[in-house]
Design a protein around this ligand. Structure first.
Ligand SMILES: NC(=O)c1ccc[n+]([C@@H]2O[C@H](COP(=O)([O-])OP(=O)(O)OC[C@H]3O[C@@H](n4cnc5c(N)ncnc54)[C@H](O)[C@@H]3O)[C@@H](O)[C@H]2O)c1
Length: 301
């Protein structure tokens, strides 16, 4: 039985670990400290219990958790056959993580990069195994989304693509192949939309609820762009837009100042309990950030 190392136990790492464990894989889940890992296991237990309610399969939380062990540092996944990395969308953090993984893991281990926008060839360049580095852009929430973007880097071999596809099939995923261009398909479009939606609120054109209402009611989207930002993580949106802006040197990706302010203020969306909407201990969004009010005003009043 192969062992899959999952690095990063945030929004995506938790979903990837649950998806792998519930499809029979042995998982080692890694993050920076034990507290984050304990919270991640509690989240997986909670999500397994809700799986049926959310339209997924009935899951036995104890059986899923029995497949997941945890650890801190790259050595915890030294014996993994495949790594799926889901750490913060920040180049300095990812670079350090890949250098440590490259030193700790065996020569056959494949590194799967789960990133919103960072080019896979850039990640591969900091390892000594560029032929075994490949991108998989999972969608959120991972267990509920059947399709991923599969992104070979410049040096990725057909064997690495085959090993990755085989794992994805076992996880119940279909893959859309995309060339290695920053933001791939989904986030070249989605991040621009979310950033521009944030500008509408920032400039006082409309409040968050009105922006989302137009996308849901007029275009039939299940969620508006700012609800989507809260689901993804407002900080992750900001970091992704910054990656696109830096990579393409194109002002159309200039990050909205409201995203920066919200990230600094800790309004990271659902995962922090508040973003464009207030989740107040439940998954139901309540009051939305109004137009023309700064975050500090909305926090203070
Ligand atoms: N949130 C989404 O909807 C979404 C969708 C697709 C892809 N992604 C990408 O997936 C990756 C993870 O995103 P997320 O939303 O889970 O972020 P997150 O902020 O929820 O979680 C990131 C996790 O990485 C951990 N981490 C940071 N440095 C680490 C280190 N040195 N070693 C181990 N763990 C470390 C953090 O402690 C945190 O738990 C990002 O690259 C993001 O762009 C996110």
């Amino acid at each position: 039985m192969s062992v899959i190392g999952v690095i990063g136990a945030g929004v995506m790492g938790v979903g990837v670990a649950q998806n792998l464990a519930s499809t029979g894989h042995e998982v080692v889940l890694v993050d920076k400290d034990e507290k984050i890992l304990a919270d991640a296991l509690a989240t997986i237990r909670h999500n397994c219990r809700l799986s049926r309610l959310m339209g997924g399969p009935a899951l036995d939380a104890d059986a899923v958790l029995a497949k997941i062990s945890t650890g801190v540092g790259a050595d915890a996944v030294a014996k993994a056959d495949i790594i799926i990395e889901n750490v913060t969308e920040n180049w300095d953090i990812k670079r350090e993580v890949y250098q440590a993984l490259d030193a700790a893991c065996g020569p056959d281990t494949v590194f799967i990069v789960n990133t919103s926008a960072i080019p896979i060839t850039k990640v591969a360049s900091v390892t000594k195994r560029p032929t075994q580095v490949i991108g998989v852009h999972f969608m959120n929430p991972v267990p509920a989304k059947p399709t991923v973007e599969l992104i070979p880097g410049f040096h990725t071999t057909p064997e690495t693509i085959l090993r990755t596809k085989s794992l994805l099939t076992a996880m119940g995923k279909n893959a859309v192949m995309v060339k290695d261009a920053c933001g791939f398909i989904s986030n070249r479009v989605l991040m621009l939309t979310v950033n521009e939606a944030a500008y509408l609120v920032h400039e006082g054109v409309a409040d968050a609820a009105s922006v989302d209402e137009v996308f849901r009611s007029c275009f039939g989207h299940p969620m508006g762009p700012l609800e989507t930002a809260d689901l993804i993580g407002v900080d992750t949106i900001l970091y992704s837009v910054e990656v696109l802006y830096e990579h393409y040197s194109d002002s159309k990706y200039r990050p909205c100042p409201l995203l920066k302010q919200m990230t600094d203020a800790g309004l990271h969306g659902r995962k922090s309990g508040r973003g464009f909407y207030d989740y107040a201990g439940s998954n139901r969004a309540t009051a939305a950030i109004p137009a023309q009010r700064s975050v500090s005003q909305s926090v203070n009043h």
